[in-house]
Design a protein around this ligand. Structure first.
Ligand SMILES: *[C@@H]1O[C@H](CO)[C@@H](O)[C@H](O)[C@H]1NC(C)=O
Ligand SMILES: *[C@@H]1O[C@H](CO)[C@@H](O)[C@H](O)[C@H]1NC(C)=O
Ligand SMILES: *[C@@H]1O[C@H](CO)[C@@H](O)[C@H](O)[C@H]1NC(C)=O
Length: 333
């Protein structure tokens, strides 16, 4: 991928870059020491996909944008807030998110009245901080900048960087009337010592949000309805009716696809198999060609995948209740 040139902001910020006919950009923000080899399959799939739909693919190095944040997890949202005004919308993706189904479109997630869309992680009750689709509106730009600036309000605890902070940040923004309830969650957040504590604080925030998805101009999509999910949830088996992007394509964790029938389970969180049939040739990626070749061993059965995911979703819902019940002991700690 030696041809990959990191994106820089145009010198004159008032004007959009010359001849931009692409209205939507897919944005990945990396640090200066990111090893691209570890994300090559994911990044190539996103680059090919971008060419198919005439999206701009933007790979940005976070130190090039004059963002003062020390923690790169917060800094990346400052960077995306600076890129957003140059387009009609951006899809911000973690570098280990790959495209599996190029027939799907970013526009599916851009509805009237919604300025920014997040989605729920499948394996717990967290909303994902590492991917969102945002429209170029002042509301969305402000939200991303304020989120990045939460770095300066972090408690001195096991706060879970941007993903932990996103919960209280959104709660304060979207539920100004819940000041007293949020304060209780904040106490637990401030005392957090490990992941169990962090998840209890997140369960506290989710209790304030309830089960809705739309909060003013912010949408938080339910589990399994967003654009990406972790591959390990289904042993990397997938189906084109269900899947669009897959999270967790780190090349160093790639394993050889077994020749025996693959069982649907959640047993290999740190490994994945490549569902693509071969390497992507960027020159063959165009609006006329949405046909990718796939490894037939990873084409799953739709009903079985749905059943497997629903079973797991029920387990997670129980875990969420158990986690919330730890509030009592944490508050008296
Ligand atoms: C939690 O910590 C923050 C940051 O240190 C502090 O501003 C806030 O007052 C604390 N809140 C509670 C409820 O302990
Ligand atoms: C699966 O079979 C192919 C073709 O026979 C072989 O090249 C490959 O090494 C096998 N993979 C594993 C994991 O055994
Ligand atoms: C379409 O694109 C895929 C992915 O790059 C490639 O493997 C395939 O050969 C292309 N098909 C044609 C007809 O160019």
């Amino acid at each position: 991928m030696s041809d990959l040139i990191p994106f820089k902001l145009p010198a004159n910020l008032d004007g959009k870059p010359a001849n931009v006919d692409h209205r939507i950009a897919i944005v990945m923000v990396v640090t200066s020491d990111t090893k691209f080899e570890n994300y090559d399959i994911a990044i190539q799939s996103v680059r090919c996909y971008s060419r198919i739909h005439n999206y701009e693919f933007i790979l940005a190095v976070d130190t090039d944008f004059n963002c003062e944040h020390k923690d790169n997890f917060f800094r990346r949202h400052c960077v995306s807030a600076k890129i957003l005004p140059l387009f009609d919308a951006i899809a911000f993706l973690d570098a280990d998110i790959g495209i599996i189904n190029p027939k799907r479109k970013i526009e599916e997630y851009m509805q009237d009245g919604i300025d920014i869309v997040f989605y729920d992680r499948f394996y717990n009750w967290e909303v994902v901080a590492g991917s969102y689709i945002a429209k170029n509106t002042q509301y969305a730009i402000d939200l991303l900048n304020d989120f990045a600036d939460y770095e300066f309000k972090l408690p001195n605890s096991f706060h879970g960087t941007d993903n932990g902070a996103l919960h209280i940040f959104l709660a304060e923004k979207l539920f100004p009337n819940a000041r007293i309830q949020i304060e209780i969650c904040q106490q637990v957040y401030n005392k957090s010592k490990d992941y169990d504590d962090l998840f209890t604080y997140e369960a506290c925030i989710r209790a304030i949000w309830g089960t809705g998805t739309d909060f003013g101009k912010v949408r938080i999509m339910k589990k399994g309805t967003g654009w990406a999910r972790d591959g390990w949830l289904t042993s990397m088996l997938w189906h084109e009716d269900l899947d669009f992007m897959i999270h967790g394509w780190k090349t160093e964790q790639l394993e050889e696809t077994p020749n025996v029938t693959i069982k649907l389970n959640q047993e290999g969180r740190n490994r994945w198999y490549n569902p693509l049939g071969g390497p992507i040739h960027l020159l063959k990626c165009s609006p006329q060609n949405m046909t990718w070749s796939y490894d037939p061993r990873l084409l799953g059965d739709k009903e079985e995948i749905l059943k497997c995911l629903e079973k797991f979703e029920k387990e997670v819902a129980r875990d969420q209740v158990n986690s919330y019940s730890r509030m009592t002991s944490m508050l008296s700690r």
